[in-house]
Design a protein around this ligand. Structure first.
Ligand code: HDD
Length: 731
């Protein structure tokens, strides 16, 4: 969370790879050099424009002024129509030894190490929006393989809002700020989004994901990634298997709470990008394993849902995720615009061994990404921009266009040609030539949703059932919040109808918070994605019925598969509250212990400078209660020392710091007299802070085990029981 100086990597030496080395030819650093124009002319005066007399008019002749202003005027390019706000980093992917039997893709063969560039993003907000919006997060990875660029373009949720790409512009128009006043920024729109959702059953599964804690990742390092669609892996013998791809973070999966996220948006809108940047600079490289769920072609129809339907996931209990490699992000960009802004992901960037399925959302995306890069980056030559440049040779007869960099030599730019001995020649499959999977397609030309796509509520119920009580509570509150911002009651009522098709309790809990009754579904016209001449009755989705079971992988509790065994506290940010008179020796010991465990500590006090300990020792203060906030930390420790504790207990900002951390269910520890601050923080409406889970206080005999217990509590991340007690009383 800190923007204080951090130990900088010597990037060139420590974390270079073939792609970052290749980028070196484009890097420029003006250090030690003279200022020039774009033509290399040295500039003598960069402070004053050329004028007739000191107080006279500026001359048109001033080419230095004109060039500089002109370039400035053209600095911006269109931001991405969605996923505009993002952050990227370099790294590598290393394949394990188990995917060769599934795919011939070279980068997935045993031990192959491939440079990658990953960009995370929010979807709805514009480029200057906040990181902590409740939103889906983009998770896009560019692999610079020796067979060409492969782009994984996924999200942090495994399903999507719609089934057919033709609906995408409608959906995005509904979710983006409303067109008449461009409100709200950095969040899904209220009336328009929920109006769309209220009649679109196919969206309901993804709506629950988006409203769940998955929509509020605590940081980008602790979220999963999903390719969403079913793809194909093609093995060396040409056999095709269906696959769903997943990124599993080795850091575990963690979320923030809504109030905390809203506060972070004000305190530090760059919270996620700062965290990623700092982690990499400090050498705490985030890692994800790539996993695949494999479905043999003959099993395509064996599930109760269609694997070509992007609103469905394959429960991990049905098809386990096999880990086939690991990604490590170990190098920040040198320049945000050149790398993160100009990186261009396209679903059509594939390599031999990976192919598409007939998922109609995927098929439409195949068109959209190339098209959008042409608009955004302005030229068919966007592949020549350094960050997009393939490490594999690019040789073809495509020529010219805006900003062409390649100097194609020779007379021929066509095929067949004999003047250049037919070069460049087509590649055989054995030479790496890409051949689309030989799939038999047979049928009528038709605009129609597949009937195998019509069950819209069963997996939504599976998701709801799979959430812990605390996660369900958050989900309900999130929908209450969003619908509470919807002006039209008719929209709220229709959403309640939709929720009632998923689960009666869910609908009831949301309705209760809105002061409404769940209406009957009778007579509510829902949109089942049919054309004007198709009978909607043939496509009606039935409400989810009976026991649809649970899938542990869909939850983020400490014992869920994504978090099991993740008991370390690496990179967690711990605030130590102390001021003059604190037990500086104990603080020093604590800091050392926490840092040895990989956590980061910061002293937060009522002023900057050095605090004087009870024994006269001094300690540098990192932040004050004005310059930071509890929401930017993962845990809080209040130091011992009578004078310090008394001073903090009397300071409303310090007390609020603790109370807020408590509200957000974070671990809190207080040594000795520090308990006074906790006592001051206990506020009406909540339970006694000293009795709550995850609150450790040294005065009552815990002293010996305080620090080990605190470390365990930090590893647990949050103590939802505090909220649940209040929630249950509410019912
Ligand atoms: Fe998309 C960007 C992910 C559906 C059209 N999308 C974009 C990015 C991600 C995704 C991660 C940002 C890439 C980056 O960092 O530059 N999109 C998804 C996922 C989808 C999905 C996981 C559903 C499974 N998208 C989708 C559809 C369409 C698009 C159905 C259009 C038919 N997406 C785009 C786009 C964007 C984009 C307009 C905007 C900026 C860009 O491509 O480069 O083409």
């Amino acid at each position: 969370m800190s923007d204080k100086p951090i130990a900088k990597q010597n990037h060139e030496d420590v974390v270079s790879n073939p792609k970052t080395d290749e980028l070196a030819q484009n890097r420029s650093d003006g250090y030690g050099q003279k200022l020039t124009t774009n033509q290399g002319l040295r500039v003598n005066d960069d402070q004053n424009s050329l004028k007739a007399e000191e107080r006279g008019p500026t001359l048109l002749e001033d080419f230095i002024l004109r060039e500089k202003i002109h370039h400035f005027d053209h600095e911006r390019i269109p931001e991405r129509v969605i996923h505009a706000r993002g952050v990227g980093a370099h790294g590598y992917f290393e394949a394990y030894d188990n995917a060769a039997a599934l795919t011939k893709a070279h980068f997935l063969q045993p031990g192959v190490k491939t440079p990658i560039f990953t960009r995370f993003s929010t979807v709805v907000g514009s480029r200057g929006a906040t990181d902590m919006a409740r939103d889906v997060r983009g998770f896009a990875v560019k692999f610079y393989t020796q067979e060409g660029v492969y782009d994984f373009v996924g999200n942090n949720m495994p399903v999507f809002f719609i089934q057919d790409a033709l609906k995408f512009p409608d959906f995005i128009h509904a979710v983006k700020p409303e067109p008449h006043n461009e409100i709200p920024q950095a969040a899904s729109a209220h009336d328009t989004f929920w109006d769309f959702i209220s009649v679109t059953p196919e969206s309901m599964h993804m709506v629950l994901w988006a409203m769940s804690d998955r929509g509020l990742p605590r940081n980008l390092r602790t979220m999963e990634g999903f390719n969403v669609h079913t793809y194909r892996f093609i093995d060396a013998a040409g056999k095709s298997r269906f696959v769903k791809m997943h990124w599993k973070p080795l850091q575990g999966v963690r979320s923030a709470v809504w109030e905390e996220a809203q506060q972070i948006s004000g305190k530090d809108p760059d919270f996620h990008r700062r965290d990623l940047y700092n982690s990499i600079e400090m050498g705490a490289y985030p890692e994800w394993e790539l996993g695949v769920q494999v479905v043999e072609e003959e099993d395509e129809m064996k599930f109760g849902f269609d694997i070509l339907d992007a609103t469905k996931l394959i429960p991990e209990e049905l098809v386990p995720v096999q880990k086939i490699g690991k990604m490590v992000l170990n190098r920040n960009v040198d320049n945000y615009f050149a790398e993160t802004e100009q990186v261009a992901f396209c679903l059509s960037h594939v390599v031999p061994g990976i192919d598409f399925s007939n998922d109609p959302l995927l098929q439409g995306r195949l068109f959209s990404y190339l098209d959008t890069q042409l608009k955004r980056l302005g030229s068919v030559n966007f592949h020549e921009i350094p960050i997009n440049r393939s490490l594999a040779p690019v040789v073809n007869n495509q020529r010219d266009g805006h900003m062409r960099q390649t100097i194609n030599k020779g007379q021929t730019s066509y095929s067949p040609n004999l003047l250049n001995d037919e070069f460049p020649k087509q590649a055989k499959q054995s030479e790496g030539g890409f051949v689309s999977h030989y799939e038999r397609v047979d049928g009528h030309k038709i605009r129609m949703r597949s009937k195998s796509f019509v069950d819209h509520y069963t997996q939504a119920k599976l998701f709801w059932n799979s959430q812990s009580e605390a996660e369900q509570m958050h989900l309900v509150k999130a929908i209450r919040f969003e619908l509470g911002h919807v002006n039209k009651e008719s929209v709220r009522m229709r959403v309640l109808v939709q929720l009632s098709q998923i689960d009666a309790t869910l609908a009831h809990l949301v309705a209760e918070g809105l002061g409404l009754e769940v209406p009957s579904a009778d007579g509510v016209q829902l949109n089942y994605g049919v054309g004007a001449d198709t009978n909607p009755a043939d496509f009606t989705s039935q409400p989810a019925k009976g026991d649809v079971g649970r899938s542990a992988a869909l939850s983020m509790t400490p014992d869920s598969p994504a978090n099991a065994g993740k008991t370390d506290i690496k990179t967690r940010q711990i605030a130590i509250l102390a001021t003059d008179g604190a037990d500086v020796t104990a603080i020093g010991d604590l800091m050392k212990t926490l840092m040895d465990e990989g956590a980061q500590t910061a002293i937060v006090a009522n002023r900057l400078g050095k605090l004087k300990g009870a024994d006269g020792a001094e300690l540098l203060i990192d932040w004050t209660f004005q310059s930071t906030s509890s929401v930017l930390f993962d845990a809080v420790y209040v130091a011992d020392g009578a004078a310090s504790a008394q001073r903090l207990a009397n300071d409303a900002d310090a007390v609020r710091f603790v109370a807020e951390a408590f509200r957000h269910c974070k671990p809190i520890a207080a040594a000795g007299e520090g308990v006074k601050v906790l006592e001051a923080a206990a506020h009406p409406g909540a339970m006694d802070i000293l009795d709550a889970d995850g609150v450790l206080a040294g005065r009552n005999g815990h002293a010996a085990s305080l620090v080990p217990d605190f470390i365990k509590a930090i590893a647990q991340h949050r103590f939802w029981s505090r909220e649940l007690k209040v929630w249950r009383r509410e019912l």
